[in-house]
Design a protein around this ligand. Structure first.
Ligand code: NCD
Length: 308
C-alpha cells in the first residue's frame, strides 16, 4: 500500500490487517507513556484546506505517538490564502523531504491528484463529497469490536447522503466486509443515480426511517451538511427532524444493543436528539478513540513498511 486514497484501494485482507494493528495500537492509548518508536525520523504533514476537529487532531496525535515529526498546515495561514495553487503548495512542502502527506480538501479527487505529483505517501482525509477512507475504517472497526464479524449484520446509514463522503466510503467498506446496508434519506438528499449504484454495489435504499430502524443491528447517523447546500433541500429543520432525525421516540424502535454511530460533528436536535447522542448504546466517543488507533495503524502501514 503506497497511498490510502479510497476504500477501493484495499482488499478485505488488507482491511483485516489494518484492524489487527489498530487493536494493538489501541492498547498504547491505555499506557502511561504513549509513545512507540516506529516512525522515528519520519515526517508527516497534515494539510487541511477544510475545517476539522477530530480528523486533524487524531492524525496529529497518531503521528506523534508513533514518534514521527508532525506539522499542520491549514488553508487559513498558509500561502494558499495568497492565491498559491494546490500543486505549488504541495510541491513546496514535499521539497522539504516529507514522508507522509495527510490531506483534506473541498475538491473531490484532490487527494488522488496530489498523489500523482509527489513521492510522499498520501492519505485522503476527506476530498469534497467523494471519500473519507479512514472514517469508514474507524466506523467498521468500532462496529466490529461491538458486534463481532459484520458479515450478514444489517447497518442503516441515515441522513444527508448527497453531500456525504463518509457515506460513500462506508458503503464500500461495509459491503466489502459482508454487511447488509440500507441507506435512508429524504428524496432531495438521495444522490442521483442511486438506483443503479445500489443494484451494482448491493445495498438497499429507503425513505422510511421508522421501517428500517427495528431491523438494524447498527445505525449510522450523518450530519446535515449545510455548508455544502446552495439551496433548500428540506422545508425546515423541524421537518427534517420529524422525517429523518433519530429522535427520542425513534430510539425506542432500535434494538437495545444496536450501536448508534455518528462521525461528528453532530447537529444535536437536527439529525440526532441529545437522548440518542448520549444514549448508553451511542458509540460516538468510542469512534473517536478507535479513530486514533486506526490512524496510527494506517500511518504505520504506509510509512514503517512491513519489515519494521
Ligand atoms: C465528517 C467529514 O468531515 O467528512 N466528519 C469527520 O471527519 N469526523 C463528516 C461531517 O463533516 O459531517
Amino acid at each position: 500500500m503506497k497511498h490510502l486514497l479510497s476504500i477501493n484501494d484495499l482488499s478485505v485482507e488488507e482491511i483485516a490487517h489494518i484492524f489487527e494493528t489498530a487493536s494493538e495500537m489501541h492498547d498504547v492509548q491505555k499506557r502511561e507513556v504513549k509513545k512507540l518508536p516506529v516512525l522515528r525520523g519520519r515526517t508527516v504533514v497534515n494539510m487541511f484546506f477544510e475545517d476539522s476537529t477530530r480528523t486533524r487532531s487524531s492524525f496529529e496525535i497518531a503521528g506523534k505517538w508513533l514518534s514521527a515529526d508532525v506539522i499542520n498546515i491549514s488553508a487559513k495561514g498558509s500561502s494558499a490564502s495568497k492565491g498559491e495553487s494546490l500543486r505549488d503548495t504541495v510541491l513546496t512542502v514535499c521539497a522539504m523531504g516529507i514522508d507522509g502527506l495527510v490531506i483534506r480538501h473541498p475538491a473531490s479527487g484532490a487527494a488522488h491528484q496530489v498523489s500523482q505529483w509527489v513521492d510522499a505517501a498520501v492519505v485522503n482525509a476527506g476530498d469534497g463529497m467523494h471519500e473519507h477512507p479512514t472514517q469508514a475504517l474507524l466506523d467498521a472497526y468500532t462496529l466490529q469490536r461491538r458486534l463481532g464479524s459484520l458479515a450478514g449484520r444489517h447497518v442503516a446509514i441515515i441522513g444527508d447522503l448527497t453531500h456525504s463522503r463518509v457515506f460513500r466510503s462506508n458503503i464500500q467498506c461495509l459491503t466489502k466486509l459482508g454487511a447488509e446496508v440500507t441507506v435512508v434519506a429524504p428524496p432531495t438528499l438521495m444522490p442521483s443515480g442511486i438506483d443503479s449504484w445500489s443494484r451494482t454495489a448491493g445495498f438497499a435504499t429507503s425513505y422510511d426511517v421508522d421501517a428500517v430502524l427495528p431491523q438494524a443491528d447498527a445505525v449510522m447517523m450523518l450530519r446535515v451538511q449545510r455548508e455544502r447546500m446552495a439551496g433548500g433541500f428540506f422545508p425546515s429543520a423541524r421537518e427534517y427532524t420529524v422525517g429523518y432525525g433519530l429522535t427520542r421516540d425513534r430510539l425506542r424502535l432500535l434494538k437495545p444493543d444496536a450501536p448508534i454511530c455518528h462521525p461528528g460533528p453532530m447537529n444535536r436536535g437536527l439529525e440526532i436528539a441529545a437522548d440518542a447522542a448520549d444514549a448508553a448504546q451511542s458509540v460516538v466517543l468510542e469512534q473517536v478513540s478507535s479513530g486514533l488507533a486506526v490512524r496510527m495503524s494506517v500511518l504505520y502501514h504506509l510509512l514503517a513498511g512491513e519489515e519494521s
